[in-house]
Write a protein that binds this ligand. Structure first.
Ligand SMILES: [Cu+2]
Length: 696
């Protein structure tokens, strides 16, 4: 019976998706009065039809959307609803035509205590947090934790450059001047007014906790798969993992009805902030904090050393080809997950879900999420809406009881079609970083087809175990209901065509970009991590640039830091990691990962093409707005050469050979303004791995 009900519900979701008609734009700000935020605890549990995967509900009026940011009685789950009393399954999908606009009103009903954060200015009636005059970050040199290293290591910084170190603060504290009851929203991947889609907006500082957003889509926006999520620095990981994320689909603006296809929104299925990344790093931070307290009490362990007054940077370094450097986080035995080994039997895996349906982890006795396909071709939009987790996507078909791997037919990445007329590229696997989107075409089969997220990618020495998970099984529709489905005007997606070499839109861009590479600005952006005391630890720095405070020292490492101004110490004003870019150019960026964990580079407002993605070596290129950065390689020094550790080696080492990922990044069509780039593992972003891009 459950199966029958499930089969009948699928076409209803498809019908709702098809019902979006061409909208007539009237570019006005919403006049909806802001309701007062006086809602009590609500039910944020996803109420699904068993393990049946149904698309999230579509917001009925694409031009005016009210989103309540809600939490349940325990405060451990969050949800976006259009009305607090409606039954929750998943956050509403915003569906909008390209080149159109949409308004949304975000009503923050989260409980908060203490004083409202100060804000100097507002944008569209919504206050901005004061990043322009931020807190000076203390320069005291404490906090390293080298427990994993047998070698007493002095204060470390990347290539002996100066770096900022926070003063001890308990882990889990919000940034100074911030309130854990605050929230805001970001439309991930949209090319819109950067003042409007501004991650420094604060609903707690707003009247009635309400902010209104007017999102106009700019001419160069691509129709495709996007998402929206909470993006308040310091608490983004907690809020996104708790549930503050939803799908955002931009349809082509050509006349007539448009198919949406299927929306597969993968999210964390945890209490807010209880992710495996946060668990692991919080334990490390707590250890660092304990050592700092010991040091302050005069019992400094031998492994903690103060920063030297003067650091002499390593001379003659090509920032884009850095030498091996000491690991600032210490290293354990060689990481098994980089060598295809299976996780330890007692490994704990983080629960995740798809459209509200829990996905089984190894050892869970729950069914694989299931859905049905009636049409010859269907477009599946896989959105990684998790705070920190990667999806290493593969496709299998069950033939005579055995799973046989099939090629993924990729029609879009990160909201950008591979090309016109359902042009596609073929892949064995695609590693979607957190925040990435993968649109694939699946042809109807008489057999079950299973989309799998595999664990066989390298998350690095400080990364987590990721298991193989079957995230959704696609079943052929039963004959008995096929007629009914066809009667509901369900149409097939166009059959895709696999691109030949050089045929994709990204190939065309790359041809232009590579031809002008010699005259492009080249930058190196370096990702590094240090175990500190809970509020920072993750650093991203332009290591090829001049520094505003220390113009002769070439760069200073600083984590992103948000807070109110400190009028007592104008000389120590904290300067954000900031990159200045001239618009209308293509730039060549080398993304260096000097840490031993995977990271996910993301930049707001624009896309890029990765030249050498070690996770995906196929030659045909696609656009991305988020890309994984392979971990630095632990190595053993032999003279001046650092030799990679053998797989499964138990030999300890404190050396790391940084990895590099090169991208061609397209600033030709962006507006002037300021926005952010960051690691999209949100625990890392919250703890400092973010910087500002200033485009003029
Ligand atoms: Cu990261």
């Amino acid at each position: 019976m459950a199966l029958q009900r499930g089969v009948l519900i699928v076409p209803i979701a498809v019908l709702a998706a098809l019902a979006v008609a061409a909208a007539v734009p009237s570019r006005v700000r919403s006049q909806t009065p802001a309701p007062a935020a006086t809602i009590g605890p609500v039910d944020c549990t996803p109420h699904t039809n068993g393990n049946l995967v149904e698309d999230p509900p579509v917001a009925p009026d694409p031009h005016n959307i009210t989103l309540y940011a809600l939490t349940d009685a325990s405060g451990t789950h969050y949800c976006y609803k259009q009305h607090p009393n409606e039954r929750y399954r998943e956050a509403p999908t915003i569906v909008v035509r390209n080149h159109d606009y949409f308004n949304f009103t975000l009503i923050n009903t989260l409980p908060f205590s203490g004083s409202r954060p100060a804000s100097h200015t507002t944008q569209g009636g919504c206050p901005l947090l004061p990043i322009e005059t931020p807190t000076p970050m203390p320069q005291s040199a404490t906090g390293e934790d080298f427990t994993a290293s047998p070698v007493p290591t002095p204060f470390l910084s990347y290539l002996n450059h100066q770096r900022s170190v926070e003063s001890p603060m308990p882990s889990g504290m919000p940034m100074p001047g911030m309130n854990p009851g605050d929230t805001n929203i970001h439309t991930h991947g949209l090319d819109t007014d950067p003042l409007e889609d501004n991650v420094f907006k604060s609903t707690v500082a707003a009247k009635d906790g309400t902010c209104q957003y007017h999102i106009a889509l700019y001419p160069h926006q691509h129709a495709g798969s996007y998402w929206y999520h909470a993006h308040l620095h310091g608490i983004a990981e907690k809020q996104v993992s708790g549930g503050f994320a939803g799908a955002l689909i931009i349809l082509p603006d050509t006349p007539g009805p448009q198919r949406i296809g299927r929306v597969l929104l993968v999210k964390d299925h945890v209490n807010a902030g209880d992710t495996s990344e946060a668990r692991q790093k919080t334990a490390l931070f707590a250890n660092a904090a304990r050592r700092v307290r010991l040091a302050a009490a005069g019992g400094a362990p031998a492994t903690i050393a103060p920063a030297p007054a003067v650091l002499t940077p390593v001379p003659n370094v090509d920032p884009a080809n850095p030498p091996a450097w000491h690991s600032p986080t210490g290293l354990g035995p060689a990481s098994n997950d980089c060598h295809g080994a299976t996780p330890a039997p007692n490994a704990q895996f983080q629960p995740i879900q798809i459209d509200g349906v829990p996905i089984p982890n190894p050892g869970d006795h729950r069914p694989v999420p299931v859905t049905y396909q009636a049409v010859a071709h269907e477009r599946y939009r896989i959105i990684d809406g998790m705070a920190d987790e990667y999806l290493n996507v593969k496709l299998f078909e069950t033939v005579n009881g055995k799973q046989v791997q099939r090629k993924l037919v990729v029609v879009a990445r990160d909201g950008v079609d591979v090309g016109k007329n359902a042009l596609a590229v073929s892949r064995d696997k695609v590693l979607i970083p957190p925040a990435g989107r993968l649109d694939i075409d699946i042809a109807r089969s008489g057999n079950a087809q299973t989309i799998v997220a595999d664990g066989d990618f390298c998350g690095g020495n400080n990364g987590d175990w990721t298991p193989r998970r079957e995230i959704v099984r696609i079943m052929p529709l039963l004959k008995s209901v096929k007629t009914a489905v066809n009667a509901m005007a369900t149409t097939s997606a166009p059959a895709p065509t696999i691109a030949s070499n050089g045929q994709t839109d990204a190939d065309a861009f790359l041809k232009l970009a590579l031809a002008t590479q010699n005259t492009q600005p080249h930058r190196t952006i370096t990702f590094q991590q240090y175990w500190t005391t809970g509020m920072s630890g993750f650093y991203v720095t332009e290591t090829s640039g001049e520094d505003a405070l220390y113009p002769k020292s070439s760069f200073v490492e600083r984590p992103f830091w948000l807070g109110p101004p400190n009028p007592n110490d104008p000389h120590a004003r904290y300067v954000m990691p900031t990159i200045h870019v001239h618009k209308k150019v293509i730039e060549h960026w080398t993304l260096v990962n000097a840490a031993t964990q995977i990271h996910a580079f993301h930049i707001h407002q624009l896309t890029f093409v990765t030249l050498n993605n070690p996770f995906e070596p196929e030659q045909t290129k696609v656009f991305e707005d988020t890309t994984p950065l392979i971990p630095g390689m632990p190595c053993i020094m032999h003279g001046k050469t650092c030799v990679p550790r053998a797989p499964n080696s138990t030999q300890n080492t404190v050396w790391v050979l940084p990895s590099k990922t090169e991208i061609e990044i397209d600033f030709r069509n962006v507006p002037s303004g300021t926005w952010v780039f960051h690691c999209h593992m949100l625990f890392h972003e919250d703890h400092g791995m973010m910087g500002i891009v200033q485009v003029d």
